[in-house]
Design a protein around this ligand. Structure first.
Ligand code: BTN
Length: 272
């Protein structure tokens, strides 16, 4: 199994916009928590944390992110975008695009984004993103983008309760994947989309997200705590919210929650 050679990663990422400062941990609570602490102490933009395992890996909606050693990627990057609050919520969308493109580099044409930024192959989750924003008054101080990718985990190594909904790159590609190569691609793609966002705005990021999204045009339900809303997913708003067309033909936006496709909308005439 390819190990995570921190020295070689440092060399390969030196001088890059993302990864020029790289911290490696054999084990950590959560790379996001540590990145947030370092961000508060003034850590520079582009600092990357990578861990072999996490004892308290965090997912969205207060979930636990399964983080055993030896097989996966757990990483966080600190960004200090020159943008306002609205645009800072576009960063996790750009990160989702970068992660989906990276997964596609290893499993061509098979990765899709589930709103807001889960990456799925064949309907099963292979990568999750947790972004945390630190504000200073009205200004964005920094954003931590945490990314977890299931890389070389075999099916039987997943906990039973997620075996049906999660997968790994190795399962899908049918071969072991080099984690260092994956990290390098991930941060190259991330730098590309972050640069696009901060220089030219949201247009190209949104277009790419829409082209990678499996939900647009489909009827979906979004659950947030005990409430659920449903409608046809028709677009992505400026702040990364999902735009739904509801049954009474009204547009509504949802900014957080778990989205599920309810049924496919058949847009083809059957000829019957
Ligand atoms: C999700 O629920 O889909 C988001 C999962 C994010 C997991 C990553 S692993 C690296 C970073 N550190 C954490 O504690 N969480 C993120």
């Amino acid at each position: 199994m390819t190990s995570l050679n921190a020295e070689s990663l440092k060399k390969q990422l030196s001088g890059k916009m993302i990864g020029h400062h790289l911290l490696y941990y054999d084990e950590i609570g959560s790379t996001n928590d540590e990145a947030f602490r370092l961000g508060e102490k003034g850590a520079p933009e582009g600092m990357v944390l990578i861990a072999e395992s996490q004892s308290s890996g965090k997912g969205r909606m207060q979930r636990i992110w399964y983080s055993p050693p030896g097989a996966n990627i757990y990483t966080s990057v600190i960004l200090r975008p020159p943008v306002g609050t609205l645009q800072s919520t576009q960063i996790p969308i750009a990160a989702g695009v970068a992660a989906a493109e990276t997964v596609n580099d290893f499993c061509p044409g098979r990765a899709w984004i589930k709103w807001p930024n889960d990456v799925l192959i064949g309907g099963k989750k292979v990568c999750g993103i947790l972004a945390q924003i630190k504000m200073s008054g009205q200004a964005v101080d920094f954003v931590v983008v945490g990314i977890g990718i299931n890389v070389n985990l075999a099916r039987e190594q997943f906990p039973h309760d997620i075996q049906e909904i999660a997968t790994s790159l190795a399962i899908e590609a049918g071969r072991e994947i080099s984690r260092p190569e994956l990290i390098i691609r991930l941060y190259e793609n991330m730098a590309k989309w972050y640069r696009e966002l901060t220089r030219n705005g949201f247009t190209a990021v949104r277009e790419r997200w829409l082209s990678l999204s499996e939900m647009i045009g489909k009827t979906i339900s979004v659950k947030f705590h005990n409430e659920a809303v449903s409608g046809k997913a028709v677009g992505l708003d400026e702040d990364g919210s999902l735009i739904l067309l509801t049954a009474n033909n009204q547009n509504m936006t949802v900014s957080a929650g778990d989205a599920t496709i309810l049924k496919e909308v058949n847009t083809y005439a059957t000829g019957n």
